[in-house]
Design a protein around this ligand. Structure first.
Ligand code: GLC
Length: 756
């Protein structure tokens, strides 16, 4: 079977050794202000704070799997005229050696061609808003080498949607030119009514032999990224400036002569700042190749700190490398970027209320400060009646839209707040004041409680929360039944009230405790009534026309995964009775041996005249696909039921490395080191194809499922609880974990065999 790379655990890397992966296999670079993603072909995109209105470079989305343009380094052999890229594409010259090493926050290309070896490292250091290009070029041949190295980036017009609609005007409202005194290219952006006009500079450690600011000059009339006219035989960089606008790029050329065995280090830098003096000082700093190398080293130090917060050893290398490196890394990227920008997402969505709250829950363990920052931002979007919003831009905190309305938005915060307090021990968080969206005051305690009451007050005639537009399952919008009642949200509310009660008890708020008790008791009764219990599983929706969804009586969508898992998590389903029966049904009807389907059977058409149109094709996404995020709750439920073998199986079978191996990288297509949102399910001929990688709630819940439930080291308000649920195949495991200022080493086994 064809593989395109392998893990290298000692350096926490994934090494891509064949550049022609089925899709771009990317990594993220960034310091939570300046961000980029970059593929194994150095295709990628750069943005500042948020990609909607501060998108710096361009990326051709719908041209995938080709990914153009990005952060390109061209190597021109002055003697033979041969031009190649150490990242293979876009030039696609056959190389003598190629490796792309993705590790947290850093991507490195190591390539060789005709006696020249190039090592090209990209990263954004925590301390500066600078994209650093650390380049080492070595002559490994027997004759002197004469080379020209040319860096290339292509600029857009910051405001993504405005550019798409009005680039023909806006392209005349900026300028680029080489500033000889500064020795850097300046990108002056002065678009009419632009919300933000940063200073941007592109620098180099060396004196340039030539440059281009005009893309028309670099690419040329008959050229392309593959074959820029400026690098063709007989052509040279023409030192084009673009002071009055046009189509912008920054290409910087440097001549390098190397004796046999000699190596040269050089650096290129993109810098952004609010003002020119700020940008100038950073571009000057990184004129030193030592400073560039130190900048890259500081990125590694940043990630070592975050990923070191908890490490595990289970004896299963496939699990350990995910749990120690790639899951926490994926969690941090997801919290940083929500579902906004990747090779799948175009960068227009902002941070979603509920997704961000879930992402922050897992990051409580990895980077509590960052988790808190996001929690504060989400609460600041809440309306004083307790309602949430769909999503918002974190940069200026403006909501993207008030619709569609997710009825579950405000059920999630208590999970996150509870977990943060359990992690840090800081009950004071409950008293922190965070104004609502209209500026009116509210403590964290009030935000959470009002959010739960908001859902509770909007229940339907059967006593379960109404759907508004949708609950967690976006595709339920197809039913266009806002008055339908959600079984899943009812169960989530029960779980949320249980957690909230623990917080209310610490505050001696007896009335709030009583409210939680009453809500739990009433909802649990309704959820176990014949309206919801179907005989072998829990139904999904009570529709306003009196019908149900997720019942054996339904020919399509007769069983849904989420109500079974949440029945157990919430305690609505008795662990020895219905909870267990429901999860057994999920195993019987939904498991595909590479993940549980979100529902079965998929909708194949319109069963009844009043039923909705189809949405995704059968087996895809929420129409019977293996929705990874939903699998995580099944893992947790199986742990709560004490089924360590099943929990482990469910955990392991959706790991990207495992799925990629099972179906083959060419079929699965996506990165073997980060989660996809969903895998196409068995009824489809495309069974096993992965879709939408990186930005999914799967990462954070997988972190929680493994750490809190399978390994069972779970922070509570009273301290760490240790209740492991290991499979028979793993006799014991070790967890090293930072907790409230100490490092704990916890050994877990079977039975009561846990000790710190
Ligand atoms: C996507 C969305 C998430 C939603 C899920 C299921 O992951 O980001 O908000 O709950 O799909 O529809």
């Amino acid at each position: 079977m064809k593989r395109y790379g392998h893990f290298h655990d000692a350096t926490a890397s994934y090494m891509i050794t064949d550049p022609q992966t089925p899709r771009p296999w990317i990594n993220y670079l960034g310091n939570q202000r300046l961000h980029a993603f970059v593929s194994q072909n150095a295709g990628g995109l750069l943005w500042h704070r948020e990609p909607y209105s501060r998108r710096i470079t361009r990326y051709h989305y719908t041209a995938a799997p080709g990914d153009r343009p990005g952060f390109y380094l061209y190597v021109r052999d002055r003697i033979t005229g041969q031009v190649w890229n150490p990242h293979f594409a876009p030039r696609c010259t056959a190389l003598d050696g190629f490796e792309c090493r993705h590790r947290p926050g850093v991507t490195e290309f190591i390539a060789a061609k005709d006696g020249v070896e190039v090592r090209f490292t990209l990263g954004i250091p925590p301390q500066d808003d600078a994209l650093l290009w650390d380049v080492a070029v070595r002559n490994t041949g027997g004759a002197p080498a004469e080379l020209q190295l040319v860096s290339y980036m292509e600029f857009g017009l910051l405001e993504f949607m405005r550019e798409a609609l009005g680039w023909c005007y806006l392209k005349n409202q900026f300028g680029l030119h080489y500033d000889p005194e500064l020795g850097a290219i300046r990108y002056d952006y002065h678009v009419f009514e632009a919300p933000y006009t940063p200073a941007m500079l592109i620098g180099c450690s060396e004196a340039l032999s030539g440059w281009e600011c005009s893309r028309d000059a670099f690419i040329g009339r008959t050229g392309s990224y593959e074959s820029p006219c400026a690098l063709r035989a007989g052509a040279e960089l023409s030192n084009s400036d673009l002071p009055l606008g046009g189509h912008a790029c920054a290409a910087q050329g440097v001549e390098v002569r190397l004796a046999p065995g000699e190596e040269k280090r050089l650096g290129f830098t993109f810098v952004l700042s609010d003002d020119l003096p700020g940008a100038e000082s950073v571009v000057r700093k990184y004129r030193s190749v030592e400073a560039v190398a130190a900048g890259i080293a500081s990125i590694d130090a940043f990630w070592a700190g975050r990923l070191g917060a908890s490490t595990v050893s289970t004896g299963d290398p496939v699990v350990d490398r995910m749990v120690n490196t790639w899951i926490p890394y994926n969690c941090m990227v997801a919290l940083d970027l929500a579902r906004t920008i990747s090779t799948d997402h175009m960068g227009t969505d902002g941070l979603r209320y509920r997704d961000t709250m879930q992402d922050a829950m897992a990051v409580a363990n990895i980077d509590p400060e960052f988790a808190l920052l996001r929690v504060r931002q989400v609460f600041a979007q809440q309306t004083p009646d307790g309602g949430g919003c769909f999503s918002f831009f974190p940069d200026d905190m403006r909501p993207t839209t008030d619709t569609p309305r997710r009825c579950d938005n405000t059920v999630w915060p208590v999970y996150t707040v509870h977990n943060l307090i359990a992690e840090t021990g800081d009950m004071g968080l409950l008293d922190e004041e965070i104004p609502y969206r209209d500026g009116s005051p509210g403590s964290v305690y009030e935000h959470v409680l009002k959010g739960l009451k908001y859902i509770h007050e909007r229940r339907g005639p059967n006593g379960l929360p109404t759907l508004f537009d949708v609950d967690w399952n976006d595709s339920l919008a197809l039913f266009q039944d806002g008055a339908a009642e959600s079984v899943m949200l009812g169960m989530q509310l029960v779980y949320a009230c249980g957690l909230f009660k623990e917080l209310a008890q610490r505050r001696d708020h007896a009335a709030d405790c009583a409210w939680c008790d009453a809500a739990i008791a009433e909802l649990t009764g309704i959820l176990n009534s014949d309206k919801v219990w179907d005989g072998r599983w829990y139904r999904r929706l009570l529709l306003s026309n009196g019908k149900t969804l997720g019942s054996a009586a339904n020919a399509q969508g007769s069983i849904y995964l989420n109500p079974q898992s949440w029945a157990v998590i919430s305690g609505v389903g008795d662990f020895e009775g219905r909870g267990r029966i429901a999860m057994d049904s999920a195993a019987e009807f939904l498991d595909s041996e590479c993940g549980l389907r979100i529902l079965a059977p998929p909708f194949k058409g319109i069963p009844e005249p009043e039923d909705p149109p189809l949405g995704s094709n059968p087996g895809i996404g929420e129409n019977g696909g293996i929705f990874c995020h939903a699998n995580t709750w099944a893992i947790i439920a199986e742990c709560l039921l004490g089924n360590g073998n099943r929990a482990w199986k469910y955990f392991r079978q959706i790991l990207p490395e495992v799925v990629s191996e099972k179906f083959g990288a060419d079929h699965y297509e996506r990165e073997p080191y980060v989660f996809v949102s969903s895998i196409i399910g068995p009824v489809s001929d495309r069974f096993g194809e992965g879709g939408i990688s990186w930005l999914t709630g799967t990462a954070n819940w997988m972190h929680v499922a493994m750490m809190h439930y399978i390994l069972g080291v779970r922070p509570t308000l009273d301290g760490l609880a240790v209740t492991p649920c290991l499979p028979d195949s793993i006799p014991e495991a070790t967890v090293m974990r930072a907790y409230r200022g100490e490092t704990r080493r916890i050994h877990v086994g079977h039975g009561d065999g846990a000790h710190a």
